[in-house]
Design a protein around this ligand. Structure first.
Ligand code: ACO
Length: 326
């Protein structure tokens, strides 16, 4: 028997506290104009004290389950993409399992930084394709602002907190490469550890015990992001025999409007078919794609049967893309 996975529900959660560029400019040497011009961010949400990644993830997952009309008990697998788990262990996914009451699932975290959601989707999709899992929750959730050094204006203005989630369910039968049936058509993943120093956190449980702060060579990241994202989307389209014109919605990782514009221009994609949330959410790492999907589904842009392409790149470097018939 063969299977494929279909998106049944999509949810999101943003902490209630909004921090504008003007709020940041009151505390550090930056300006609203600089941030908007260089990255396209106007505001970000920040988790409150005592509000953890698992809290954000649980809210997003509940909304996705409600929209899918599925009970937590019927979930077999929870894959949570995060770089900012509540604790070093257990996995934040297990805490989310407990909070949801998803007692029949097995749960674990995936860590691929900003590409985490594409990785988590790939993992869950492969469990479903193998027949081992019937229903999965795929979550991206982050409290990235906990990793920021507010003395480093080059990184402190870029990130925000949030969570998004998808419910996937198994359907019988394998999808063809350019199938018109709904489902996850493919995922393509990549990494290259030689670029570790371009974007990393200078701490961790094994390296001295402290959590550390985000460190980044911004120009180096920018250069590789445009090139690597472009190559991974091209590969995915070629794999399916599709052209950019076939894409109904392009949902990129929301790091930087200049990266998004450059990739869209490369594929001659009109910006009306690109989902943008970076202005409102900033870079929420693994949460950015499912948050953008949830926004665009809730406002009626993404509709069942449409072709959605997602992509991301992040620390590592890791990068990848997925093609979904929504
Ligand atoms: N406010 C005001 N000035 C600033 C700020 C700030 N927040 N940050 C840096 N500057 C200043 C610098 O100090 C420098 O000043 P100087 O010329 O007096 O020395 C000037 O701005 C230019 O600095 P650069 O770092 O060269 O600026 P650049 O044009 O490269 O922009 C940026 C920096 C926005 C980070 C850019 O490199 C970038 O967008 N890179 C991509 C990084 C990214 O998106 N990372 C997200 C994580 S990875 C991912 O998700 C894909």
């Amino acid at each position: 028997m063969t299977f494929h996975s279909v998106v049944r529900g999509c949810g999101a959660y943003l902490p209630s506290r909004i921090v504008t560029n003007h709020d940041l400019a009151a505390k550090m040497d930056t300006s609203h104009e600089w941030i908007v011009e260089r990255v396209g961010i106007h505001q970000r949400h920040m988790a409150q004290e005592g509000e953890y990644t698992s809290d954000l993830a649980t809210q997003a997952a509940r909304q996705a389950l409600d929209r899918a009309g599925i009970s937590p008990e019927s979930i077999d697998l929870i894959v949570l993409a995060t770089t900012t788990p509540d604790d070093t262990f257990p996995a934040a996914a297990v805490t989310v399992q407990q909070k949801l009451g998803a007692h029949n699932a097995f749960a674990f975290d995936v860590q691929a930084v900003c590409s985490g959601f594409v990785y988590a989707l790939s993992v869950a999709d492969n469990f479903i394709r193998s027949g081992q899992v019937k229903s999965a929750l795929v979550i991206g959730a982050e409290t990235m602002t906990r990793l920021l050094d507010f003395n480093d204006r080059g990184t402190a203005v870029l990130f925000g907190d949030g969570a998004g989630a998808l419910v996937l369910q198994a359907e019988e039968g394998a999808l063809q490469k350019n199938d018109s049936q709904r489902g996850v058509l493919s995922t393509h993943l990549y990494s290259d550890g030689r670029y570790r120093d371009a974007l990393y956190v200078d701490g961790g449980p094994s390296r001295g015990g402290a959590v550390g702060y985000v460190r980044m060579q911004g120009r180096e990241v920018m250069k590789h992001a445009v090139e690597k994202i472009g190559a991974s989307v091209k590969k995915a389209l070629e794999f399916h025999g599709l052209t950019p014109q076939d894409i109904d919605w392009f949902v990129p990782h929301q790091a930087n409007i200049r990266i998004i514009n450059a990739v869209a221009k490369h594929f001659s994609l009109p910006m009306e078919r690109v989902i943008i949330t970076v202005d409102q959410h900033a870079n929420t790492s693994a949460a950015s794609i499912p948050l953008a999907l949830a926004v665009a589904q809730a406002d009626g842009r993404i509709l069942p049967g449409q072709l959605v392409v997602i992509e991301a790149m992040g620390g590592g470097f890791t990068w990848g893309s997925a093609v979904i018939r929504w």
